[in-house]
Ligand binder design. Structure first.
Ligand code: ADP
Length: 265
């Protein structure tokens, strides 16, 4: 806890006294720390690919200037790193957009079945590239929920992409939509979408931290898969705005299930 303390002398009748006032600065201080951590994280995340690109430019302008084979290889790496920086900046912009929006209930209604079908269709090539089978179940007769179509598309794209990335090549990613499941913690009717994979799963100590910005279980693996460490933070903010929930269940060695719960009202 952090307090500012103000002591003021006062005269009350014949007595000289002091008043002591405390101002709770804990939240301000925490916000300051979080901002500084965030800036440090962003700088680190961007500096790593930038340093690689600058290093290869220097080599191409110097010792490897006439080496055609090295040039192609270095350009490929520079291309990959530049694309990574581009993804990080894109995700940072998405995050700051959803963070800046007030927590209002969206006025549009979204057909979750249609939305899921379109996300699955878009991600088919990504799944095929890793020989992953995408299956979609229970999409008939589901009512529309209040929501922002683009933001909810981003939620399911991030979750299904993660399941493809971390679920393991040659495995299955199953998406299941359940309607009218009464969610006790919400005390209202809700739709629920489970995105399950057959990957290695996540050890329980990591689960509460997964939606923190730049938190990764295995940074090397995330980077190799083209991750930015921001996908689940974006998911969390969008769901907050929709008064929705993200529930994560995972068993090491048996896969993970990320469930999105969205209220009808
Ligand atoms: P990233 O861009 O690194 O994938 P995310 O915010 O989407 O960032 O996810 C944070 C971390 O959560 C990932 O780096 C990964 O360690 C873990 N993770 C997310 N989804 C899964 C999953 N389906 N299976 C295993 N680990 C996962």
């Amino acid at each position: 806890l952090v307090y500012d303390v103000f002591v003021r002398p006062v005269i009350v009748g014949d007595f000289a006294c002091v008043t002591v006032a405390f101002e709770d600065k804990t939240e301000v201080q925490e916000a300051g720390h979080m901002r500084r951590d965030f800036v440090a994280n962003v700088s680190h995340e961007l500096r790593t690919p930038l340093t690689a690109v600058l290093g290869f430019i220097e080599t191409l302008l110097g010792p490897a200037a006439d080496d055609t084979a090295a040039r192609t290889r270095f350009l490929e790496i520079m291309d990959r790193e530049a694309k990574r920086m581009n993804r990080i900046v894109g995700d940072l912009l998405s995050l700051s957009r959803v963070e800046a929006e007030r927590r209002v209930r969206p006025t549009d209604r979204v057909d979750i079945s249609a939305l899921l079908r379109s996300v699955v269709l878009t991600l088919h090539p990504v799944a095929r590239a890793r020989n992953v089978t995408l299956t979609l179940e229970g999409v008939e007769g589901v009512e529309e929920v209040p929501g922002d179509f683009d933001q909810l598309t981003q939620v399911f794209t991030n979750l299904i992409e993660n399941a493809i990335k971390y679920g393991g090549a040659g495995k299955e990613v199953h998406i299941c939509l359940t309607s009218h499941a009464v969610e006790p913690t919400m005390r209202s009717q809700a739709v629920r979408v489970d995105v399950s994979d057959q990957g290695d799963g996540i050890a329980s100590q990591h689960i509460p931290r997964l939606t923190e910005r730049f938190y990764r279980v295995d940074s090397h693996r995330s980077r190799e898969m083209g991750g930015t460490g921001l996908g689940l933070a974006i998911v969390k903010h969008i769901l907050n705005r929709h008064r929705g929930r993200l529930r994560i269940e995972s068993h090491t060695g048996r896969g993970s299930c990320f469930s999105v719960i969205l209220p009808y009202q």
